[in-house]
Design a protein around this ligand. Sequence first.
Ligand code: KG4
Ligand code: ZN
Length: 338
Amino acid sequence: EQNIFILGIESSCDDTAASVIHNGKILSNVIANQKIHEEYGGVVPELASRAHQQNIVPVVAQALAKANITKDKLHAVAFTRGPGLMGSLLVGTSFAKSLAYGLNIPLIDVNHMQAHILAHYIEEEGFNKPPFPFLAMTISGGHTQIVRVNSYFDMTVIGETIDDAVGEAFDKSGKILGLGYPAGPEIDKRAKLGNPKAFKFTKPKVDGLNFSFSGLKTAILYFVQNETKKNPRFIEDNLNDICASIQYTIIGILIDKLKTASKQTGIKHIAIGGGVSANSGIRQALKDGEQKFGWTTYVPKFEFTTDNAAMIAIVGYLKYLEGDFSKQTVTASARLKI
Ligand code: KG4
Ligand code: ZN
């Protein structure tokens, strides 16, 4: 357990990523973003899969080069098995299987949703690791989940979205307002300049700890259409206030569910991950939760919140220590559960 080098590979959606981890420390974390999807306003699966094929070899080579090691130093190859887009997953899966086979080292399959959570266990100065048990909320363009984490590999999903992910709620609202894709970061920026209580959107009623965001998007659409009939410049005149009000509503939904989850489980350690955890409003709301509800909150370093391979590598390392390896017959799984 002294000098373990593991290569992690991530290709579940539109980012081709590779990372080398040495014990718990990340040596390299390389990502090739696929710009191509921007002009379509969303990820096009077939284009994503083709771009992964072009990117995977150079991205892995770069990850090894930046870590300053050659592939014969690797102890194992970890890869994202799912969930995600099948065509995208197949590229990383096939590549990882071939590489591990060629090097005659263990192959380790990783669940992408577990990896978002276990990213908190990457050794990183200034970041604390949440103690078990804790609640993890994963919020991104593809996922919205609250998970009770009892130990590294004992996790239970206690709430999730029944329709759109929270990132989609940001992106689709932004589209209605004529903002570019993805709209989350711009809504965040404008929200800082607007009044969060200028416009009121009703929160969806969803049982238990589950989420629903598709109704909110429709409510925003009708609201904007209606107001624009009265004032054709309604969006331009009120853009910052609209953004602030949308963001305020979304954060309210997330925090309400976290409050309920914390009450139900009695757990006050709360960790977030996924691209939407970059949102300044949600970060502030979590900080406020420390004062208001006695929470201790954990937000990973930004590069480990969006899709990345470092989180795959840390899971690879943890599984390597347990001797939890995969067979060469392992297959990608688009709907893999936690
Ligand atoms: O994790 P991620 O990079 O990719 C996946 O979806 O897996 O998350 C991207 C999502 C997009 O929906 C984007 O609009 C949203 O995260 N996002 C934000 C912010 N930064 C990124 N949403 C709100 N505020 C932000 N600052
Ligand atoms: Zn993700």
